[in-house]
Structures are given as C-alpha cells and as structure tokens.
Design a protein around this ligand. Sequence first.
Ligand SMILES: Nc1ncnc2c1ncn2[C@@H]1O[C@H](COP(=O)(O)OP(=O)(O)O)[C@@H](O)[C@H]1O
Ligand SMILES: [Mg+2]
Length: 255
Amino acid sequence: MSSIAEPALEFRNVTKRYGETTVLEDFDFQLGAGEKVALIGPSGSGKSTVLRIAMALEDIQGGTVRVHGIPLWLDGVAADRAQTRRARARLGMVFQHFHLFPHLSVLENLTLAPRLVNKKKADEAAEQAIALLRRVGLEDKAQAWPEQLSGGQKQRVAIARALALQPDIMLFDEVTSALDPEMVGEVLEVLRELGETTSMSMLLVTHEMAFARQFADRVVFMDGGKVVEAGPPEELFGNPREERTRQFLSRVQPM
Ligand SMILES: Nc1ncnc2c1ncn2[C@@H]1O[C@H](COP(=O)(O)OP(=O)(O)O)[C@@H](O)[C@H]1O
Ligand SMILES: [Mg+2]
C-alpha cells in the first residue's frame, strides 16, 4: 500500500556497524514524497552510508528502512528478495565517480538496464535515451564512447542513465566532487533543472553549500552518524541552532 502522505524514504532507529565501528546509531530520517533534501556533514559522518542503505547495498544491524512504504528492513530483519527488488526499483543513484560502462556507447549505457530490467523494446529504449540525452544537453554524444567525454559530460550521462529506469527517488552522492572546477556548473545546472521540473523526491549529498541553499526544500546536517539539525535552507545556513552546525558551516562556507 502506498499513499500520498507516505514518505519516499524512511529510516527509523537505524544502527549500522562495520565490525567494531558504529557508523549510524538510532538514525532517524525521512524524505517526503517530492521533497528535495540536501544532506550535508563532515567527511566520515555517514552520508554515503545512508544512501547505500537506501539502495539496499548495505546490511544494517537494527532499525527499520522503508521506501514508499515498502520495507527493506523491519526492526533489523531484512525484507524478502521480492520486496527488496520492489523497493529498489523506486530508486536511482548517481555516484561521485560515474561508473559508466566503458565498453558501451553512451546510448548503450542508457538503454542497457531499461532493456534488461524493464524489458523495454530496443527502439523504445533508444527513443527514451535520446530524450534523456537531450535533457542533459548531450544528444549529439549518443554514439560516443565514455572515454571521449569530459568529466562533466560523463556525469551528465550517468544522471541520464539513472533517470532511464524512471525512479521516483533520486540519490546523488557528491556528484560534482570529482570534477574539475570548470565542469561543476554544467552538472549543477542539470540538477537544478531536474529539481525544478520534476516531482521526483531527491536526496543530494553535497559540499556545494551555495547550491544546496537554492536547490533544497530542507537541509539536513549530520555528524557522527546522527542528524544534528534539519530545517529550511534559510534557517539552517542563516541561523543554525546547534554549535556543531555552526562550526561545520564556518569551515565550509565563507562568512
Ligand atoms: N566498507 C567499509 N568498511 C569499514 N568502514 C567503513 C566502510 N564504509 C564506510 N566506513 C566508515 O563509515 C563511516 C562513514 O562513512 P561514509 O558513510 O562514507 O561517510 P561520508 O559519506 O559522510 O563521508 C566512516 O568512518 C568510514 O570510514
Ligand atoms: Mg561520502
């Protein structure tokens, strides 16, 4: 069952450990349906772990995780494979390092999963892929190989590829951090356009504070595996309540 009021993503009381190291403890977080959230925090605070858990790429040791109401984990117990697959199908993710398939053309990078996973016909998948490439400003690169693209172009292809599976929720993990500075803008522009024109829920891990401020409905600051503070960008950036938030912001954004 799913309803309008149901969050896109829900983490309740989540504990995540790697061996002896506790990465998330009693972690609570919700991403509303259609909401655009920027997740910020120091390196090692657990941001990527949150995204990877949502993508069913990580085990957890306790708590509940739901994707549009579909459980991935219930009180520390993993859902069965069918449910995990259903939950997983609602999500798309873009990584810092693009992970394009190097032996496939740009077009094939975009059509592979729709054909294999969604059983799309080749011509339909290609038509959709071209439309997505147009959207990220790369329709002339359909026949190019990944190695012929700049970093910014690769990342725009990676975004288009994630969109090709028509997710309801998009997760972005520092997608501009590996780029040369002159290419950051073109990728942020694609994110901005997506944020403004789609009803997808979006969770964006970023160090681009100026962009987070204009992109996000809500900013969540985490540190040490917990949410320290969350609020509208004007409040969190303009008037943070917590000392830890203030210290972090003073390090990453010029006053
Ligand atoms: N595969 C792993 N094995 C052991 N420790 C890990 C692993 N992945 C992440 N960690 C640890 O978990 C913590 C949180 O990591 P991460 O979620 O990547 O943080 P962030 O994305 O906020 O920088 C860090 O202390 C990191 O060293
Ligand atoms: Mg990370």
